[in-house]
Design a binder for this molecule. Structure first.
Ligand SMILES: [Fe+2]
Length: 218
């Protein structure tokens, strides 16, 4: 049996309509995420047992541990696997609105207001060149949240930050419905965010950072 399985969605493919259409969801999950899963399993089989024991996230946090000849493939498929897992679970039917509690306070502190955060996230993610992701992350050295963009399937974990919320802006995520209008897809996506899940990640972010980046805490 393969080490990694395609994670099941907690909602149906059509559950995020009209914001994200059912066919896009089906292809994105069952074909694209499946391909990252298969690619990760293939590269995983070429890993040393010692590295396999460390687990996916620890290896993402420090590529130096991986033999150079498989590093790029691991980065692409391992990042793609984890990024999509985070993506599916940070959306839900009838989502959207605004975060609450300490995350809301932190967003206002860092970005000015939720609306300012939304504007910055949308604008910066709309102009990512080629394929990539827009993120809200927790940066453990400053202990602050920040916006970050990544290229291709690079995981924010590679750069030493904890992903809280990510938006996939590969064309496969939106082109069937939105064609070349990436900003329209981004506007629609705010209506399906599962803020409870993002708040949970934020509440655990410091512990996640310690688990992933312990070498920075020595
Ligand atoms: Fe994707």
């Amino acid at each position: 049996m393969s080490e990694f399985q395609l994670p099941e969605l907690s909602y149906e493919y059509d559950a995020l309509e009209p914001h994200i259409d059912a066919l896009t969801m089906e292809i994105h999950h069952s074909k694209h995420h499946q391909a990252y899963t298969n690619g990760l399993n293939d590269v995983w089989d070429e890993m040393s047992e010692d590295n396999q024991d460390k687990g996916l996230l620890i290896l993402l946090s420090d590529h130096e541990q991986i033999k150079p000849e498989i590093r790029n493939r691991f980065n692409f498929h391992g990042g793609g696997y984890n990024n999509h897992e985070l993506f599916w679970s940070s959306m839900k039917p009838d989502g959207g609105g605004e975060p609450s509690g300490s995350l809301k306070v932190e967003i206002s502190k860092v970005f000015g207001s939720f609306d300012d955060f939304k504007k910055k996230f949308s604008a910066d993610t709309a102009v990512i060149q080629g394929s990539g992701w827009g993120w809200l992350v927790y940066e453990p050295k400053s202990k602050k949240i920040q916006y970050k963009s990544t290229s291709n399937q690079d995981s924010p974990i590679v750069d030493g930050v904890v992903p809280l919320l990510g938006l996939d802006v590969w064309e496969h995520a939106y082109y069937l419905k939105y064609e070349n209008k990436r900003p329209d897809y981004i506007s629609a996506w705010w209506n399906v965010i599962n803020w409870e899940e993002v708040e949970l990640r934020f509440s655990r972010a410091e512990n996640t950072a310690k688990a992933l980046f312990s070498r920075h805490y020595d």
